[in-house]
Design a protein around this ligand. Structure first.
Ligand SMILES: Nc1nc2c(ncn2[C@@H]2O[C@H](COP(=O)(O)OP(=O)(O)OP(=O)(O)O)[C@@H](O)[C@H]2O)c(=O)[nH]1
Ligand SMILES: [Mg+2]
Length: 363
């Protein structure tokens, strides 16, 4: 292990913008001459996040098939994969967006057992401003109340709350949101960024790097509510190979994802986060939505060709079977003129969290 490397754990609810922030932070740190490794995490393999980050030239280690807290050793292995390189300066890790209790299950064991082997920085929790505002108003941000419970616990246990997507907020609304957040979570530092434009990212990094406190508090988490909050989300990770005559892949992915979003809206199924990446050789397009059609974002440019690879990661409040059926139906409607071959396809309901460690005292 490289004692000089620092781990930056960056959590937050599904769709908050963690991966976008990881990428922007890595780019900012690289500009400062620092060497960065990233860690992604999911309950199943075939991650849009890993493909997106790798495609942007980042070094990525992946923990898939289980969250960091339930596979702490897998998390440490991923840290080691980066820190074996003595020139690594920072390792930024993104836990699964439906995970909480990370202070007790990751930060404390890191401090207790690994602080002589690796640097540890405060726990940052990234928040989508619209969902945060609804949670502060006592609502559930359009989510099941037990999923909203997870969101609240993440904020409560944070050392730093990072309000993201400030490019979408007019200044007066942002300043109001910041003061309400500080009032509701007085023991957390509140910072604001746009992972998209990079605004505030350097200030956040400076704060994280400067501080030597980490995992300052533990919160009470009711594991029955937490488990149910995760279990209401259907989880689907799938990859297909598509082949056809000179297809316009940007038009394809945008239209497929818009129809999928519309279908969930019509069926009134609350959306955690649905993301897809379409790779055409070294070109790629990414489409995400975290709610209705107005939340659709399109990044990159996949161009045209006769074949591509499409990876879909969907987290939606419904049974995994219904999620599977819905995604399949919309996909087959869009691939009538194409050959669609399944490369990998998995749908599941996240199991009850069973952390490797769970501290009841701050280490
Ligand atoms: N406008 C705007 N959109 C953003 C910003 N950061 C992220 N997004 C968008 O928010 C959506 C979710 O971003 P991700 O970075 O994938 O979110 P995440 O927290 O990693 O999501 P999960 O891995 O599913 O938990 C995408 O559509 C992003 O383009 C931002 O600063 N501004
Ligand atoms: Mg992500």
């Amino acid at each position: 292990m490289n004692k000089n490397a620092k781990v930056i754990l960056t959590g937050g609810f599904l769709g908050a913008g963690k991966t976008t922030l990881l990428l922007k932070a890595a780019q900012h740190l690289t500009k400062r001459g620092k060497k960065v490794g990233l860690i992604t995490n999911d309950q199943a393999p075939e991650l849009v996040d890993s493909t997106l980050l790798t495609g942007n030239g980042q070094k990525v280690a992946e923990v898939s098939g289980s969250c960091f807290c339930c596979n702490f050793n897998g998390f440490i292995k991923a840290v080691q994969q980066h820190s074996v390189d003595q020139s690594t300066d920072y390792i930024i890790a993104e836990p699964v967006g439906s995970c909480t209790d990370l202070s007790a299950t990751i930060m404390q064991p890191l401090k207790q057992y690994w602080s002589d082997k690796i640097g540890i920085t405060p726990l940052s929790v990234v928040a989508d401003p619209e969902r945060l505002s609804e949670i502060l108003d006592g609502g559930n941000a359009g989510l099941h109340e037990d999923a909203a419970y997870i969101f609240r616990k993440q904020l409560e246990e944070s050392d730093i709350i990072v309000i993201n997507k400030i490019d979408l907020l007019p200044a007066p609304l942002l300043s109001d949101l910041v003061s309400r957040t500080k009032q509701a979570f007085p023991s957390s530092t509140v910072m604001t960024v746009s992972a998209k434009t990079g605004e505030g990212v350097d200030a956040w990094l400076d704060e994280v790097i400067r501080r030597n406190d980490a995992g300052n508090k533990l919160v009470e988490v009711d594991y029955d509510v937490y488990a149910h909050g995760e279990a209401v989300l259907g989880w689907l990770n799938g990859t297909v190979a598509l082949q056809g005559k000179a297809s316009d892949w940007d038009r394809f992915i945008t239209s497929f994802m818009s129809d999928l979003c519309l279908r969930f809206e019509t069926e009134k199924l609350p959306i955690g986060h649905v993301k897809a990446i379409l790779e055409n050789g070294s070109a790629a397009a990414v489409v995400n939505f975290t709610g209705g059609l107005k939340t659709i974002s399109v990044r990159g440019d996949a161009g045209s060709s006769d074949k591509c690879k499409l990876t879909i990661n969907a987290r939606v409040e419904t049974t995994p079977e219904n999620l599977d059926a819905t995604v399949r139906a919309v996909l087959s409607a869009h691939t009538a003129d194409l050959t669609c071959t399944e490369v990998a396809w998995k749908f599941l309901m996240p199991g009850r969290p069973n952390p490797t460690y769970r501290f009841d005292k701050v280490a």
